[in-house]
Structures are given as C-alpha cells and as structure tokens.
Ligand binder design. Structure first.
Ligand code: FES
Length: 159
C-alpha cells in the first residue's frame, strides 16, 4: 500500500494553525485532515503534536484508537460493511464474501483501479435492517448481493 501519496501540506498546516488554540482540538483537527486528505498521513503526526504541545505518542494513540481514522490512502469510494452481531444474523458474512469477490480485494484493501476501498465497520445504527453498508457518506440497509452489485455499478457509472 502506498503511504507516500502526495497531499496538500499547506492545507493540513492551515487546519492545525486554525484549530490548535481550541480546547480539545485534536479530534477536530484529525477529522478535518482526513476530510481534506482522505487519511491521516503519518508524516504529519509530528506537526500535529508540536502544534498542540502534546507528544507524538498521544496523537498516534488517538489515531489508532478510533477506527474511523485511516492511516493510508483509500480509493475514490470507501465501502464499509457492517459485521456486528445483528448484521451477522442477517447474512452480512455472505455479503462480505461476495463484496470481496466482486471488488477483487480483501478488507482494508483497495481495488486495482483505485476506485473502491473495502472496510469493516461494527454497527451503522441499522441493526433491524441489516445487512447494512455505507458507501462514502451514504447508508444502505437490507443490502442483498444484487443490491450491492447495483450500488457498485452505479458508483462505477454503469447503468
Ligand atoms: S449491527 Fe449492523 S447496523 Fe447495527
């Protein structure tokens, strides 16, 4: 996985400068950086730590504690499949196997065309309507294999 993807360093530094004086600024800074860059580049951790006057270990600890934060570049679309208990009871593992086969990558992997990154998530708040998935910011419930295929085709621009 390429961890050397170029990113807009000036934009990231601006986020740190803008928010660093705010109490509890670390999480908002990390959210903003991931929003702009798509992930938290490991190379920016020292600048965050210095800006907030905390240790690099503290910054790293927060990044790794919250699964939401990514440390590697992702594809154009992030596909998250819920694999928590209620969705397991509704067949999410079969859907997960199907997704891996369709996309040709495993969890935490990205398709060869860099279009999709496949991830696991544990509960999307749709427990009564599983299997649930999220593609980018959009939630989908009762996702069959056919529905999954349609969603992926739509993201690929195939009708
Ligand atoms: S268990 Fe899947 S949405 Fe809650």
């Amino acid at each position: 996985m390429n961890t050397q993807t170029p990113f807009d360093l000036a934009a990231v530094e601006a986020i740190i400068a803008q928010r660093k004086a705010t109490p509890g600024a670390l999480l908002p800074i990390l959210h903003d950086i991931q929003g702009v860059v798509g992930y938290i580049p490991p190379s920016i951790v020292p600048a965050i730590a210095e800006g907030l006057n905390i240790s690099r270990a503290e910054v790293h600890g927060v990044i790794t504690y919250y699964h939401f934060f990514r440390q590697h570049p992702v594809g154009e679309h992030v596909v998250q499949i819920c694999r928590a208990e209620a969705c397991q009871a509704r067949g999410c593992e079969s859907l997960a196997d199907h997704a891996k086969e369709l996309l040709g990558c495993d969890f935490h992997g990205t398709t060869d065309d860099n279009k999709f990154t496949l991830q696991t998530v544990y509960c999307l708040g749709q427990c009564a309507s599983g299997p649930a998935i999220q593609i980018d910011d959009d939630l989908y419930a009762r996702v069959s294999k056919e529905k999954f295929n349609s969603l992926i085709q739509a993201k690929r621009g195939v009708q």
